[in-house]
Design a binder for this molecule. Structure first.
Ligand SMILES: [Zn+2]
Length: 506
């Protein structure tokens, strides 16, 4: 994903511009609109967009979720609180949400992480446990070895020195989505090489400078990697590496994680029934769960707040489109998109009747367009739906197919699906990090995204036509055309698709 062609303005300059220019302009528009409404009713997408841009409780909701509930890894008490919070929000709007339980195969939650250099110098080491890695057997003391990039060749070059040692693996700085994907893609071989070499623990250098820590899952298929693994503050990792180049380094580390077998989580889903074709469905979703070091504002509380505010808009304005619209805060996303996967399984019998599923999961950066997820036939209906908000210029759609958020099981099931494409700022630097907090959110852009999402949702829910569901053969071709098959193999998802455990069956 390369967004470098798009220019960015600072949050502050947007904010000032918004306050000075947009409010008076909205006010004039609002007055003009009221005068106009006396004769002609405003079309629904314009009404929804105007409401989204106006004064709504979207950021009050986000503050409650981020500051009041906080970081909420699936399986934690905070995640449970978030589920109850979302359900209560829907009820307060006058909707009757269904809280849909589902199972996730493996529990992983952090408890504590401590480390210190013992020799040749003593200093505390900043680190955070990597999700889906094992605990250390209490506090361990071991020599630290520099394992370079952590490839199989790097580990075999260390020979027997790696056995029982803490292996430090270097990382480049993460600046783009490509860098982030590369960080994920090396996980499998990294974990396997460290295990084979008999490392006592794995220290991964943080990809973000200035001590910033974040959760980086070392396992992606739900199983627990046996080598205890942590992200280590970038400057501490570099210091350890310099010391190790000179002589022996000893480190003490204690990583305590809670692991367990299958457990339950819930999705929260509310709907506005269609006035003409209630059996046909358009879904808008965002994941309610987050990692815990920060408070999950950009990833992805802000888009949960957007989904809730959109539901509130439909209810308050008393509008019902031709089809049923569903508003879906999913959980289990960070553990491997379990909420949306289980939603698709649970609603299998309805999938022929899904007109579209749309998700947002890259924070509050400027919305540039939509990933069409391999379906060129989505371009025209998306553009039709966006016409009432064309002044916001969110028309840079990409045919790319996305595997990494809650659209994925809809894609595998042949349901037309869309993912918002957004500027990587402010999302990327704070990804899964301590710094993903409410104050990072670009409120002006999020309001505009809300207006665009409203028009898109309405367009798909009210259009006389809809796109058909794809067959298994069509999805198979899509996976190969978009090279998603290669990513699925790297992420350990391919066997489930091939065997029919995941996705459309015929
Ligand atoms: Zn996310």
């Amino acid at each position: 994903m390369n967004h470098s062609q798009h220019t960015l303005k600072t949050h502050k300059s947007y904010h000032v511009w918004y306050r000075r220019l947009m409010f008076p302009r909205f006010f004039c528009c609002a007055v003009a609109a009221i005068l106009l409404v006396a004769q002609t009713p405003q079309p629904v997408p314009e009404r929804l967009a105007a409401r989204a841009l106006g004064d709504t409780p979207i950021f009050d909701d986000l503050k409650e979720l981020c500051d009041g509930v906080g970081g909420r890894p699936t399986g934690s008490p905070a995640a449970q609180k978030a589920v109850e919070w979302a359900a209560a929000k829907f009820r307060a709007m006058g909707l009757a949400p269904s809280v849909e339980p589902f199972r996730i195969p493996k529990l992983w939650l952090p408890i504590s992480a401590e480390a210190a250099a013992i020799a040749p110098a003593q200093f505390p080491i900043r680190l955070a446990a990597a999700p889906f890695s094992a605990s250390t057997p209490g506090a361990i003391e071991a020599p630290l070895v520099d394992a370079g990039e952590g490839t199989a060749a790097d580990f075999s070059a260390l020979g027997s020195r790696a056995r029982g040692a803490i292996a430090l693996v270097h990382s480049g700085e993460m600046k783009t989505f490509d860098d982030l994907f590369a960080e994920y893609l090396r996980n499998g071989s990294l974990a396997a090489a460290a295990e084979k070499a008999g490392a006592a623990a794995l220290f991964l250098e943080s990809t973000r400078p200035r001590g910033l820590l974040y959760r980086h899952p070392i396992g992606l298929d739900g199983s627990i990697v046996p080598v205890p693994t942590a992200i280590v503050g970038r400057e501490h990792a570099e210091r350890l590496a310099r010391l190790a180049a000179k002589g022996d380094v000893r480190v003490r580390v204690n990583l305590r994680n809670k692991t367990g077998g299958e457990y339950e989580s819930q999705n929260v889903v509310a709907e506005i029934r269609g006035r003409e074709k209630p059996g046909e469905i358009v879904l808008i979703g965002a994941h309610l769960d987050s990692w815990d070091l920060g408070t999950g504002a950009e990833d992805n509380g802000v888009n949960v707040a957007l989904v809730l505010d959109l539901a509130r808009a439909f209810k308050q304005l008393g509008i019902a489109p031709r089809r049923t619209v569903r508003f879906a805060p999913f959980t289990g996303e960070e553990q491997g998109m379990w909420g949306s996967r289980r939603y698709v399984e649970r609603h299998r019998a309805e999938l022929d009747n899904f007109a579209a599923a749309m998700t947002f999961d890259t924070g509050s950066g400027r919305l540039l367009g939509f990933y069409l997820n391999g379906r060129e036939d989505l371009r025209a209906p998306v553009n039709d739906a966006l016409r009432p908000v064309s002044s916001f210029a969110a028309g840079d759609h990409l045919i790319d197919a996305i595997d990494g958020t809650d659209n994925f099981d809809f894609l595998l099931s042949g349901v037309p699906n869309l993912v918002g494409i957004q500027d990587p700022i402010p999302y990327l630097p704070d990804y899964h990090a301590e710094s993903d907090t409410f104050d990072r959110v670009n409120q002006r852009e999020e309001k505009i995204t809300g207006a665009i999402a409203a028009a898109l949702l309405w367009g798909f829910a009210d259009s006389p036509q809809r796109l058909p569901r794809q067959t298994r053969a069509q999805v198979e071709k899509l996976l190969s055309d978009t090279k998603l098959d290669e990513q699925m193999k790297a992420f350990g998802q391919w066997d489930d698709w091939k065997s029919g455990r995941r996705g459309i069956f015929q």
